[in-house]
Design a binder for this molecule. Structure first.
Ligand code: FES
Length: 206
């Protein structure tokens, strides 16, 4: 099984059949607003079936610390794995009224049943999502720092900002109301092989 470097970039242009993954900094309005630096922290490797295009990818998540995000590539798309802090999880309920689709009812990018919950994930602390905005396909920027800052409200509780047209998402990838993006961030099929290894691209129903 071959190893793939951990620093697979989430900001490389890739064509895919569903949406075009654009370089976030190439989008209008990116404006050089720096995100909090969150390093790539782990390794991932293709599963046995990854030799075929579109196969699932195994990801070792053991090195991701609370508040950090790992990005891997699956089917040419960036997939984010975030280990949320207790504070980030606690904020989700409070801001639910500000969400456009808190119950995951929209069907453009159906949320798997196992992620149809407040935290949109299997384990509360581990969030897995495709890092592509549901508006026009830019890759949103990490905005994990809370509080007032450019382009965000004063009571910002942490999440993601799409620099292209200003859509904002919370730490569960839920899109805020009255933003250009119509849908929450996509949760890809995934499952745990062990406590520390995720399989992205397959779930128990696959
Ligand atoms: S592409 Fe994200 S807001 Fe337009």
């Amino acid at each position: 099984m071959s190893q793939v470097p951990a620093n697979q970039k989430a900001d490389s242009p890739v064509d895919n059949s569903k949406r075009t993954w654009l370089i976030a900094t190439g989008c209008a309005g990116a404006g050089g607003v720096a995100a909090v630096a969150v390093p790539f922290v782990s390794t991932f490797k293709p599963s046995e079936r990854a030799l075929a295009a579109g196969a699932a990818v195994e990801v070792d998540i053991s090195a991701i610390k609370p508040g950090e995000k790992l990005t891997v590539e699956w089917r040419g798309k960036p997939v984010w794995i975030v280990r949320r802090t207790p504070e980030q999880l606690a904020a989700l309920e409070k801001i639910t009224p500000q969400m456009a689709d808190p119950d995951n009812k929209r069907t453009a990018y159906p949320t798997p049943g196992y992620a149809k919950n407040l935290h949109r994930s299997i384990k509360p602390e581990i969030f897995v999502a495709v890092g592509i905005c549901s508006h026009l396909g830019c890759s949103p920027t990490d905005k994990f720092q809370t509080g007032a800052q450019p382009s965000l409200p004063d009571d910002w509780a942490g999440g993601f900002l799409c620099p292209c047209h200003g859509s904002t998402f919370d730490m569960a990838g839920r899109v805020f109301k009255n933003k250009p993006a119509p849908d929450n961030l996509e949760v890809p099929p995934h499952m745990y092989i062990s406590d520390t290894v995720l399989l992205i691209g397959e779930d128990k129903k696959a």
